[in-house]
Structures are given as structure tokens and as C-alpha cells.
Design a protein. Structure first.
Length: 106
């Protein structure tokens, strides 16, 4: 766990860096059910990560409301991809080769 982790549970299989790096996978329902359960367990026990998750969830909802019926300009998509890639790489120590973003209307 990192120093700001709010989860003191030794059974927590996810650390804060991993949880924060994978928030969008969770929000977009792009991880396995087992990994989703591990991430949610960590979020339930770690207030700083839960707060970050909430902020990101609100951002996603705002983007959906404001851009839900329209196609985002290609330059905006590229900037979002670059920002997401940079965040995932810096928080999770991962290298992203390709990022896809899609906006769907419910």
C-alpha cells in the first residue's frame, strides 16, 4: 500500500496506485467481475480512493450529459486519449499502446 492508503486491511489485494490507475476500467465496466469486486472492496475500505472514484464518476457523467448526443471532435478524443494514457502510466506503472474512447447515448 502507499502512504496515503486508507485501507488497513491485510486481505486487500489491490493497492491505491492500482485502484486509481484502473478507475476508468471500473467505470466503463471493462474489467472482469472478480477484479471489479476486488477494486470495489478496496474503494469501500479506502476513503481517499473512494473520493477519487467519485470525482471521476461525476466527470464521466458530466461528459455524457454534455456530449452524449454528439460526436466529440477528433482533436478532443486525441487529447483525452493522451491524458488517460499519461494518467494510467504514471499511476500504475503501465504502458498503454492503444486507447479507445466511445461515447454512447443511453
Amino acid at each position: 500500500m502507499n502512504d496515503v492508503c486508507g485501507s488497513n486491511d491485510p486481505d486487500d489485494k489491490v493497492n491505491c496506485d492500482e485502484a486509481l490507475a484502473e478507475i476508468y476500467l471500473l467505470l466503463d465496466k471493462e474489467c472482469s467481475a472478480a477484479h471489479e469486486a476486488e477494486l470495489r472492496k478496496h474503494l469501500d475500505r479506502c476513503p481517499p480512493c473512494l473520493e477519487e472514484y467519485g470525482i471521476d464518476e461525476q466527470l464521466k457523467q458530466l461528459l455524457h450529459r454534455k456530449c452524449g448526443g454528439e460526436h466529440a471532435p477528433e482533436d478532443l478524443k486525441e487529447r483525452l486519449r493522451a491524458s488517460i494514457r499519461k494518467t494510467v502510466e504514471s499511476r500504475g506503472g503501465l504502458t498503454i499502446e492503444r486507447t479507445e474512447i466511445s461515447i454512447e447515448r443511453e
